[in-house]
Design a protein around this ligand. Structure first.
Ligand code: SF4
Length: 281
């Protein structure tokens, strides 16, 4: 594992908590009234500051996230403007957009403005999805991922474990991901919020590690298996064991609505293990 290079990614919630969909795991849905910060558009100056800080902290990926079902003209314009502004700074970041369902044309517009990759998670299996969301279909999610591939953007797609899905559902989701052939596979572990109608994540630490391994084994061609939301919750202080189980990427800093560890601390852990932090994609 010593020659392993770890890819760091930071996420920026550029529009928070305004989504009308009913995904049961998501505190950004307006339906559950979770106690989170909500705003329509983060000021571009603040986003730029976060982008600079992310690069300084070693992140190569910088993901612009919006809380909507998908792109519409207004969101597309906002994300494009933000991407264009950050690109002009030449910070050396790879810009990722994560804005829900999207057509190929919308994705091409983002690409024109500097977006290199698009993150759209399948979340869970086709079979289990109707139990966690009734306002849109899993098939729409899969189709967006296909659009990403067709638009020539780098596809980032993964899911969430710990929603109450069975092991068969997990295998089904991973096999669907395999069909899409994503470059990077973010794995999230459900972080319970009392306002949400789901039961807290039932996974043990050992089960979660085995799921990282299973993801790596099912998607051997993926360049990155990224442990994203729920890392601290699931693995605690000794989270770096995820690298032994096949992960080679993490999200640093805060998550969308929950705080993360200090990036300096994460970097220190990685360097102590003798691993390199990626400096180019
Ligand atoms: S569509 Fe996205 S932002 Fe909206 S509720 Fe579902 S997961 Fe949350």
């Amino acid at each position: 594992m010593k020659d392993k290079t770890i890819f760091l990614c930071a996420i920026c919630n550029i529009n928070s908590g305004t989504c009308n969909e009913d995904c049961k795991f998501c505190s950004q849905s307006v339906r559950y009234k979770a106690d989170i910060e909500r705003y329509k558009q983060k000021p571009i100056g603040d986003i730029l500051e976060e982008a600079r800080a992310a690069r300084k902290n070693g992140a190569l990926g910088f993901c612009l996230v919006t809380s909507n079902k998908g792109l519409d003209d207004k969101v597309l314009e906002f994300v494009s403007e933000v991407a264009y502004t950050i690109e002009k700074e030449k910070l050396g970041l790879r810009l990722i957009a994560c804005n829900g369902t999207a057509t190929k044309e919308q994705l091409l517009e983002l690409k024109k403005n500097g977006i290199k990759a698009y993150n759209h998670n399948l979340e869970t299996s086709r079979e289990f999805y109707p139990k966690i969301c009734s306002t849109h279909s899993w098939e729409e999610r899969f189709a967006t991922c296909q659009n990403v591939n067709e638009a020539g953007l780098v596809l980032i797609s993964g899911g969430i474990f710990g929603l109450g899905e069975t092991h068969t559902d997990r295998l089904s989701m991973l096999n669907s991901l395999k069909e899409l052939d994503p470059t990077s596979v973010p794995i999230n572990f459900y972080h319970h919020n009392p306002a949400l109608h789901l039961q807290p994540n039932p996974l043990t630490r050992e089960e979660a590690l085995q799921l990282v391994r299973l993801t790596r084994q099912t998607l051997p061609n993926a360049q990155r298996i990224m442990v994203a939301g729920g890392r601290e919750l699931m693995f605690g202080e000794n989270w770096s064991e995820i690298f032994d189980y096949g992960a080679n990427s993490i999200v640093i800093g805060n998550y969308l609505t929950t705080p993360g560890a200090k990036p300096e601390k994460d970097k220190e852990v990685i360097e102590k293990l003798g691993l390199k932090i990626a400096t180019k994609v």
